[in-house]
Design a protein around this ligand. Sequence first.
Ligand SMILES: C[S@@+](CC[C@H](N)C(=O)[O-])C[C@H]1O[C@@H](n2cnc3c(N)ncnc32)[C@H](O)[C@@H]1O
Length: 259
Amino acid sequence: MTHEFDGEKYRLASAHQKEWGARLIGELRLAGTERILDLGCGDGALTAQLAALVPQGAVTGIDASAGMIAAARSHQAANLSFKVADINDGQSFGSGFDVIFSNAALHWVADHQTLLGNALRALNGGGAVAFSFAGEGNCANFIRVVKAAMQLPQFARFFSGFAWPWYMPDLAAYRQLVRGFPFAESSVRGENADRYFTDQETMIKWIDQPSLVPFMQCLPGEFKETFRQCVIARMIEASLQPDGRCFETFRRINVIARK
Ligand SMILES: C[S@@+](CC[C@H](N)C(=O)[O-])C[C@H]1O[C@@H](n2cnc3c(N)ncnc32)[C@H](O)[C@@H]1O
């Protein structure tokens, strides 16, 4: 299951994803010649940062959303390319990569057994995966609020058969999963990245892109805005602090594993 996003709106609403991504890039010790694959590259900002760090290498960003790839293509460099492709499709990976990078995307992918197998196959010997994605406890307010809104009588019928969009595993279970693959070395770390949005508007931008997207797709036109307003009102009630900021939990799983 993949979703269509507005890459330009995401660009304006993704300051915290970009902070985590920059930290993950900081952990890579790049020589400048690597071939890098960025899974779920979104608006391509981090993919472009990677390309600037490997002037003798090459970076490919893939994303299932045409809207995201359209925004990503505003970044141009001789060693940078983007394509619309689904991470769930093993053929999207290609082969011969030194780094397979992914930030804030892999909690949208349910089957990490297949994902890790595909990544391992696409890596050169000595190459590494560098993933940061959401783990258990992530977005506790939003998940509680959106689940309650989906059950309201006026909306419930639109969500029968709805496929929950996220896989946010427990850290210990994910460590166990990674240990089942023949990586030469691996580190799987949890990170508490809880955050205060500076104000309600900033939180609402994040609610709109990307968080609400899978839910909006289920609703007919006239119900989209009422559902959105219901989630926003309940999120403000759940997260607003006395100083006007809004709190949300962000729990990450950071994986570096070398072949
Ligand atoms: C929150 S954005 C992160 C974008 C970027 N990596 C960043 O850190 O700003 C998550 C991205 O994952 C992409 N994505 C989710 N599931 C995917 C799939 N199965 N195949 C490819 N891309 C996917 C979405 O389209 C979206 O662009």
